[in-house]
Ligand binder design. Sequence first.
Ligand code: FAD
Length: 492
Amino acid sequence: MITSQEYKKRLMKLRRNVYMDGQLISRDDPRLEGAANCIAKTYDVMSDPDFKDYEDILTATSHLTGKKISRFCHIHQSITDLLAKQKATRLVSHQVGGCIQRCMGIDSTNANSVASWEADQKYGTEYNKRFLNWLRDFQENDRSACCAQTDVKGNRPQRPGEQLDPDVYVHRVETLSDGIVIRGAKVHNSNSSVVEWIPVIPTRRLVEDEKDWAVSCMVPADDPNVKLVVSATRFGGHKDLGQPGPYGTADSLTVFDNVFVPWEHVFLNGEYDIGGRLALLFALYHRHSYTGCKPAMTDVLMGAVALMAECNGIEGKSHVQERLADMICTSELCYGTGIAAGINGTRSGSGTFIPDIVFCNASRRHAGMNIYHEFDALADVAGGMPATLPLEGDWLSEETKKFVEKYMTRNPKVSAEDQHRAFRWVQDISCSEFAGVSQYAGVHGGGSPRMEQIAILNSYDVERVKNIAKRLAGIPVKEKYTFDRLGKMPVK
Ligand SMILES: Cc1cc2nc3c(=O)[nH]c(=O)nc-3n(C[C@H](O)[C@H](O)[C@H](O)COP(=O)(O)OP(=O)(O)OC[C@H]3O[C@@H](n4cnc5c(N)ncnc54)[C@H](O)[C@@H]3O)c2cc1C
């Protein structure tokens, strides 16, 4: 396993292809620092003595080499692995105050491990062998990846094959003797500018005449024909206040401008049915990761509510208690459902474990529908101060410090410095550019609540529960009673 310094050193070796606000920038641009620091933390915790007790969840044994590797490079071999990934995600999210920015890579990697194997069984291809060769290097060298799934999609109601411009869904434009050429663009692509690999996978189910869009491949993040048009936000890192970070996000419009992908990095090429399956598998693994990070996000916001209550001297008040109880229920219901998704997981033909589809989607949907309520709770308990807090320099300048401290202090048990720290941090996480991105990410990242609704209803046997009602109503039912719901991802 590598250190965070080595991770950052590798980023600096990548070719410049990151654009921000009209300029070609270097990967050490301070605006990318927030996202890079989150990923760096996933490396730091591996060797940090403070996290020694969590070694069994942060590391894993590679099923390929038998060596100890980072959990964030592992292919889940058991229910225990699924639970460990969920815990590791919550643990690191607590350290960075939100998204760990490394889950997309491991989720797409697990999804590819299943889909490439299934394609081989059905079509006699050798995608899984290629994928495992790539994976060996990924694990051995502790590499980082994102996931480019969401296509720009053009006119929403039209399928990929019906769009005026075929490039609005990334597709194969040429098949050569040594590989394929792809063109198009993905959007909302988190961390593409601070990782080494960009896995490209389909967004949705595909039909037979959409084979060109059924592509799964691995593209180096600095490929000469890839352009990353990035927007980024960050928070924290106020050194005078002793805060960790900065931590943040960096998302891109990722343009694939006729990118050549050699066969060794192509894991699907036209198998439209498996392309759709891969899209759903990634979404499922990613929503499973959310059962770790979303509870952590609620923990962070809940901690902020409790801290604001302390600063304001209103800790025991009934509205504060009610808000805290609501938040505990949100975080632990999402987490508990994630645990259930792991326990109810199944082994796919490839050997990779797949979490339960209904539990994962129910957890993610519940989190997505509650995110604005959580920010509402924080604003309620904090009062208006995060919006109009005097600027940092005014807390530190000799001329204004004594007035700011005197008039900003509330609960006498909390020092003026700590009041400042608390309100500055709450401003950062709830009343800033970063906060706005977090809120949208809370609704849409990993799939919108609407998509989770579709996933749940497509896999849930509503007839089974209707039959329960019919029996109780005295209406004859032919089907035999079954206690268990269906709704697992089918195993092939
Ligand atoms: C902060 C953030 C980070 C993200 N990171 C990643 C990432 O790293 N990788 C990645 O691949 N994706 C990522 N996503 C993408 C995320 O999965 C999508 O935002 C989500 O799937 C919704 O897609 P969209 O944003 O294109 O919304 P849209 O598709 O534009 O949806 C807008 C509205 O139109 C509706 N709609 C869309 N299509 C139809 C239709 N055919 N019929 C009826 N209604 C329709 C939707 O339900 C919604 O109400 C990220 C998103 C965010 C916000």
